[in-house]
Every structure is written in C-alpha cells, then in structure tokens.
Design a protein around this ligand. Sequence first.
Ligand SMILES: Cc1cc2nc3c(=O)[nH]c(=O)nc-3n(C[C@H](O)[C@H](O)[C@H](O)COP(=O)(O)O)c2cc1C
Length: 219
Amino acid sequence: MGFLNNLFKKSKETKKMSNTKLAVVFYSMGGTNYEMAKWAAEGAKEAGAEVRVLKVQELAPESVIAANEGWKATVEATKDVPVATSEDLEWADAIIFSVPTRFGNMASQMKQFLDIQGGLWATGKTVNKVVSAMTSAQNPHGGQEATLLSLYTSMMHWGAIIATPGYTDPVIFGAGGNPYGTSVTVGQDGKMIEDVEAAVKHQAKRTVTVAEWVKKGNQ
Ligand SMILES: Cc1cc2nc3c(=O)[nH]c(=O)nc-3n(C[C@H](O)[C@H](O)[C@H](O)COP(=O)(O)O)c2cc1C
C-alpha cells in the first residue's frame, strides 16, 4: 500500500484555496444527479471556488413527465435552478457534469446540451476548460464507465482538460472505486446504495485545484 499512501499524500498537497469558477451542469430525472451536483458545489465552495449549479434543458414531452411521480417531483424540486447556457460555460474555468446512465450512455438531454455548443467550440471557447464527470445507474455494472467515457470523448473534441479522480483519495474506494468519475448505484426505490458524498466532494475539490493550476500557468 506504500504507493497508495504516496498517491494520497500527493493529492493532499493540492488542496489550496482558489478563486476558480466552476459550473456544475446536471440532468436528473429521479433526483440523484441533482443531489450529486449539490454535493459537488459544496465541495468546490469549500475549496474556495465560485460555483453555478445548472440544469440542462428538459426535452421529454410533458405528458411523459406527468405520468411519472418521481420525475414530476424532480422537475418541481429543480424549478428554480437556472438552465445552463453557453455563457455559463464561457464563464467557467472548470465544469463538472453529472448525468444518469441511459442504455450505457449519457441521457439525451445532456447530449443535446453538448451538441448546441457548436458556436462556443467554433470560437475556441471550450479549449482548456478543466472538466470532470459523474454518473448514476440502476445496476452496479450498468454502463457507468461507458457513460463517463462518452462524455469525455466529446470533451476531447472541445480541447478540454479531463481531470478524473483516479485513486487520489481513500474516499474513492468507499464510494465503489470508480476512477473515471464518481458513480453511484440507485435502487428501485430511487435511493443511492453507496455513500458517495465524500467522493463527490473530493472530485469537485480536485477539479477546482487542477483548474487553478491551469489558470495560473496560463497567466
Ligand atoms: C431510459 C432509461 C435507460 C436506462 N439505462 C440504464 C442502463 O443502461 N444501466 C443502468 O444501470 N441503469 C439504467 N437506467 C437507470 C438510470 O440510470 C437511473 O434511473 C438513474 O441513474 C437515476 O438518476 P437520476 O435520479 O438522477 O435520474 C436507465 C433509466 C432509463 C429511464
């Protein structure tokens, strides 16, 4: 375990205060990714970041949402959360995405959000954003890594700098040990199975720290 101790020591060295701007962009139907987004915001604020928590535009027909109590409740719970825009991404030094796994991929609402950033991308404004992603799924092996990789694929096209958690802190093991990004299993009752709060906060702090390094190095 010696190498792990060195790894954790190295990661602790990164926890300094910052004035980094972080956009936490989420989609959530059942509330899980909204909760994770709020934890990420808390973690980033503890690291000194200025944070915007933003939802992506809902695309599902109202009739479909109305037929699902959990979905309706999430729409209500997030009604005051601003919808993310290109301006938010331009403002941000760092972006954390939180999105449910859908058939081993990101929810289409998030994909649509990425796809309407062509203008931002074409003017070079996605370059050097420090990005990281989180997800949830119903099954322990339900495609979490595939979802995160699909999002990171788009980020490579953006020229973004992907900051994954790796195994930079022991809390990652307690959260199921996903080095691609924090992921959580959600039971049929909609409740999270693993306790991922600390891992989400660690991921947020690490994203902010890496963004701070990039900002300083670019001045
Ligand atoms: C259309 C659809 C497809 C889904 N596909 C998967 C899947 O591939 N693997 C899985 O484990 N769970 C799958 N799920 C379950 C969701 O991942 C789970 O409900 C979600 O992570 C909860 O996040 P939320 O509460 O933020 O909406 C799917 C759910 C829906 C509605």
